[in-house]
Design a protein around this ligand. Structure first.
Ligand SMILES: NC(=O)c1ccc[n+]([C@@H]2O[C@H](COP(=O)([O-])OP(=O)(O)OC[C@H]3O[C@@H](n4cnc5c(N)ncnc54)[C@H](OP(=O)(O)O)[C@@H]3O)[C@@H](O)[C@H]2O)c1
Length: 325
């Protein structure tokens, strides 16, 4: 039996989930809820979703729904995850979960108490390219890891985008830099010291953010993200004997890793895969007790502690330590 999924909002990102779910036997999108009934109905008809609800509460009380895909703006992730858990639903919550560690811990506490699954939706983590990069770095293919560099930038043209609103917890670190933080932590563990600088724009959010993460053992990660620069998406691990470079590490569109050692370069080609489908299938398997969620409490807390510390550092103008576990 597929997990019956309800979409919490008519967000644009839902399209990827609908595409990932369509060929999969693991999940079926059975309902959508919107703040506006007419919008829910039009959306359901357009996307071929059987049931439309005119409020989020109505979606959460639908007994035909097993799990919720929470694609609300960032500031609403935790409040509506808590309400979904309270209604007995598992939740796949979009990245970034939140910017406050205590709120993320609260969501996982509620899930544990209810025996339900909560997972943060970092789709790139489910792609074979990401798993292979981690194996190569951990397996010594570039020698001892020394440095990580990453970027995620593009030009955000729409001044009304949710990402530019402070009250919705917008900002480039929340939207884009969270990937650089995730990729760095995947390769190097949890940082012990972080430093951030931000450029404020929009409705008082960071439209550009640069960060440095220092890990135990001396590994350093530097990243840059922003809504104000030409598109750039890269993740590079540099070691004592070589480096591994991934272009489009978050979209996984090249599905290849360039390994450099001395003056030799080898391209490690990976199979193409739909990362949204893989994410849904892992979420469904976790709900059915067949697999661990790839991204559980520890990862989500590592993310939010790092993000919170980066913002704290940017405000203070000095390096700070993330809150300890
Ligand atoms: N994993 C990925 O690849 C990926 C990619 C893009 C975005 N995301 C994440 O997905 C989430 C949504 O991003 P998006 O770009 O898809 O958002 P979006 O298109 O702006 O949609 C957000 C939806 O939230 C609902 N909403 C509730 N309160 C709102 C408010 N005060 N203002 C605006 N909308 C409100 C609206 O749905 P109703 O009107 O129907 O209620 C709206 O359609 C974000 O957390 C983002 O970080 C993830």
């Amino acid at each position: 039996m597929p997990v019956r999924l309800g979409l919490l909002s008519t967000a644009r990102i839902n399209d990827e989930i609908l595409l990932g779910a369509a060929p999969s036997d693991a999940v079926e999108v059975v309902a959508v809820g919107s703040r506006d009934r007419a919008r829910a109905e039009a959306y359901a008809q357009q996307k071929g979703i059987p049931c439309a609800h005119g409020s989020y509460e109505e979606l959460l009380s639908d007994p035909e729904v097993d799990a919720i895909y929470n694609s609300l703006p960032n500031s609403l992730h935790v409040p509506w995850t808590l309400r979904a858990l309270d209604a007995g639903k598992h939740v796949l919550v979009e990245k970034p979960f939140d910017r406050r560690p205590a709120e993320v811990a609260r969501a996982f506490d509620a899930a544990d108490a209810a025996g339900l699954i909560v997972m943060e939706a970092f789709m790139y983590r489910h792609h074979p390219q990401t798993k292979r990069l981690r194996e190569l770095v951990a397996g010594g293919s570039i020698g001892e890891l020394r440095e990580i560099r990453s970027t995620f930038t593009y030009q955000l043209e729409d001044p009304t985008d949710v990402r530019l609103y402070r009250e919705l917890d917008g900002g480039s670190l929340m939207d884009l830099g969270c990937y650089c933080v995730s990729g760095s932590r995947l390769l190097a563990g949890e940082p012990e010291l972080v430093e951030g600088t931000q450029l404020i724009g929009g409705d008082g959010v960071d439209v550009h953010f640069t960060g440095t993460l220092r890990f135990p053992g001396g590994v350093e990660s530097r990243f840059e993200c922003g809504f104000d620069s030409p598109p750039s998406s890269t993740l590079e691990a540099i070691g004592s004997e070589g480096s591994a470079l991934v272009n489009e590490p978050w979209a996984c569109s090249e599905h290849a890793i360039d390994l450099h050692r001395g003056c030799h370069t080898a391209r490690v080609e990976l199979e193409d895969a739909d990362r949204y489908r893989l994410q849904l299938e892992n979420f469904a398997a976790a709900i059915q007790g067949e697999a661990e969620p790839l991204l559980g409490r520890a990862d989500a807390l590592g993310q939010v502690r790092t993000i919170e510390a980066l913002y704290r550092s940017a405000e203070a103008g000095a390096p700070v330590a993330p809150a300890s576990a």
